[in-house]
Structure formats: structure tokens, C-alpha cells
Design a protein around this ligand. Structure first.
Ligand code: ZN
Ligand code: ZN
Length: 351
């Protein structure tokens, strides 16, 4: 597992939700596919590019006898023309030059390499990737794009510096810059897969998130306009409440979807369970019994982080209390230092 800090990921997801909701001027579900929404407008072009480039490539029609005739090169050049901002402009030109017999950079093996990527079932993808690095250079954008348009449910485009920045925000220790290799690419996709699984579990989304949606999430959170976006006081309260709700969803599992198996999420789920168990059905602020029981008959109390997650509070039971919904709302709306002291004493007396 590459995700090692649940609280950090949950914090960024909560910020992301508020950010998108502000852009969309609505507070319901967030959708990557609704073309009238911010994400659909700004991010969904990537899946369209994959489709259009694949159409140009038309690799299903390729025949092995085409290798060396220039026919494959023509298809590949047209596909690269569709890459838009998914491949750096210089890399696009360099790629086309290596396919052009009249250019000094021409590589005679380039059509064979492309044939192996798309049409040769006997050539392993790892080998095809390595051969592509040989033929087209260690150009990560280019090679990732070639795989992305082969199958956008398994592969993703990359922009190394930007993704390294996004990963570092999430405290995921992984570098892609100057690391163009099959091994590195596999790791990159695995991280995005993990994030996709978390999004599926926790986010109030319409439809199952695709791999490219998790990719868009990282893309958005590393942008300066996101980093420099300052939520209003009201939004801050909302962000913190969303973060806590997401963490509690880890335990209950939203709608019986498959569970995240990451050890960090199991730890987070245990914090929630332990906190509720310790409170024993009594609100740790007003000392009244939980106002109602949940569907399973357990007293309903919400887990609250005494030092807010968004302020660097730890997601551990030394920083959590179980509160009735009323007192929980009070903590977020009033946010009083005296109340924080009361909560700290409450856990001291139960541990
Ligand atoms: Zn209470
Ligand atoms: Zn709270």
C-alpha cells in the first residue's frame, strides 16, 4: 500500500468536495461526468481524448505486414496530434520525428515497437514499454499516453512534476520525475487505484469512480488555484465535518460496497470503534445518553476530533470523543477553547 496517512487523504478529499461544490454552486453529489459541472467541464476531456486518439490509431485494423511500410507511423502520428495537453508539445514533435524516415531522429524500429504495444499478444506489456523507451526516449508523457489510449481503464496519462507534487501533498512517498520505466509506471497506476478505491468507499459520488477520476482528483489538488483557495469560515466548518463523516464511513461502509483493506484505514476504523466503545452510549460533553439508536440498535454518537484534522489533529483515540449530534454541532459552530478543555478532561477520566 502506498497510502500511509488516512487523515491526510481524507482532509484533501474534504477540501476537494467543498472546492468543487463552490465551483458548481451546489451542495449535492459531485460528478466527474456531468458536463455542466466543474469536473466534467475541466477534467473529463481526458477520456474523450483517449477515445478520439484511439479512433485515429485504429490499431484493430493493423496487420503485421504493415511494419516498416509507414502505415503504422501515419496512424500513430495522427493519434499523437490528438494528445492536446496530455503530452508536452516538444515530446509530441520528438515522437513524430522518430517516426519520420526523412528526419535525422528517425528510428527504424519504431513501427515494430508500436505494433508490439497494440497488436502483439506475444509481447508482454513490460517488454513493450521498455522497447518504447529505447525507440522514443525516456519520454514519460509520450509513453504513458501510448498506453492510455490503448486502454484507458487500465492505463493513465502522466505529468511527472505535477503528480509528484500531488503525491507529496498526500504524504505518499513516490517520485515519477526522471523515472520513466515500466516498474515506475505500474507503481504510479497502483497509487491511483488505491485512491480510486478510497473515493468509491467514501465520496458522495454519482456512479462508480473511474481510474481517470482519481487521476483528476490528484491533478486538481496540486494546482495553484486549489492550493491558494481559501475556504470561508462556514466552509471550514463544513470541511471538518465532511472529514469526520468520511472517517466514520470507513467503519460503517457506505451502502455495503467492498471495504478498503489498507492497514491505515483499518486503523482509522478502529479509532472510531474504540472511541464509541469508551463512551459507552453517553455523550462525553453533556453526559446524556445517545438520543437514539442506529439501525443495528447501537446508541448513536458521532466521533469528533478534539484537535480538528484540518488543524493537524491526529486521527487517534487520544484525540477523539463520542458526542451526541447536538453537542457535536456545537463544537464545530462555536469552537470554544473552554469546550476543548472539557473534552480533554473527559477522555482523561475514561482512560
Ligand atoms: Zn451531548
Ligand atoms: Zn467533529
Amino acid at each position: 500500500m502506498y497510502i500511509t496517512n488516512t487523515a491526510k487523504l481524507v482532509e484533501q478529499l474534504s477540501l476537494f468536495i467543498s472546492y468543487v461544490q463552490e465551483k458548481d454552486e451546489r451542495s449535492s453529489f459531485i460528478s466527474f461526468r456531468d458536463s455542466t459541472g466543474f469536473l466534467g467541464r475541466e477534467e473529463d476531456y481526458k477520456s474523450r481524448i483517449a477515445e478520439e486518439a484511439r479512433k485515429e490509431l485504429n490499431y484493430c485494423s493493423w496487420n503485421e505486414s504493415w511494419v516498416g511500410t509507414g502505415q503504422i507511423a501515419e496512424c500513430a502520428k495522427r493519434a499523437m496530434n490528438k494528445a492536446f495537453n496530455l503530452v508536452n508539445k516538444n515530446q509530441q514533435i520528438d515522437f513524430k520525428n522518430r517516426l519520420d524516415p526523412n528526419h535525422p531522429k528517425y528510428r527504424s524500429e519504431s513501427e515494430r515497437v508500436l505494433y508490439d504495444i497494440y497488436r502483439n499478444p506475444l509481447c508482454r506489456e513490460s517488454t513493450a514499454f521498455t522497447n518504447a523507451v529505447e525507440a522514443f526516449g525516456a519520454k514519460y508523457d509520450t509513453i504513458a499516453f501510448l498506453f492510455f489510449i490503448k486502454d484507458d481503464t487500465r492505463f493513465l496519462p502522466i505529468s511527472t512534476g505535477h503528480f509528484d507534487k500531488g503525491f507529496s501533498t498526500l504524504e505518499i512517498d513516490y517520485q515519477t520525475s526522471y523515472q520513466c520505466s515500466w516498474e515506475n509506471y505500474k507503481g504510479f497506476i497502483e497509487i491511483i487505484r488505491e485512491i480510486r478505491a478510497v473515493m468509491e468507499e467514501l465520496l458522495p459520488m454519482q456512479g462508480t469512480p473511474r481510474l481517470i477520476d482519481a487521476h483528476s482528483f490528484i491533478w486538481v489538488i496540486q494546482q495553484d488555484r486549489f492550493i491558494n483557495w481559501f475556504p470561508s469560515a462556514e466552509q471550514k466548518v463544513q470541511i471538518e465535518q465532511t472529514a469526520e463523516k468520511l472517517i466514520q464511513n470507513v467503519v460503517s461502509g457506505s451502502g455495503g460496497r467492498r471495504s478498503i483493506t489498507s492497514s491505515t484505514f483499518i486503523r482509522s476504523a478502529e479509532v472510531v470503534k474504540e472511541t464509541r466503545k469508551r463512551a459507552n452510549g453517553i455523550c462525553q460533553y453533556c453526559n446524556n445518553p445517545a438520543p437514539f439508536t442506529d439501525k443495528k440498535g447501537n446508541p448513536y454518537l458521532e466521533v469528533h476530533h478534539i484537535i480538528w484534522l484540518s488543524r493537524g489533529g491526529e486521527d487517534s483515540s487520544t484525540n477523539t470523543v463520542a458526542l451526541c449530534p447536538n453537542c457535536h454541532t456545537r463544537m464545530h459552530i462555536l469552537d470554544k477553547p473552554e469546550d476543548i478543555e472539557i473534552l480533554k478532561k473527559a477522555i482523561d477520566s475514561t482512560t
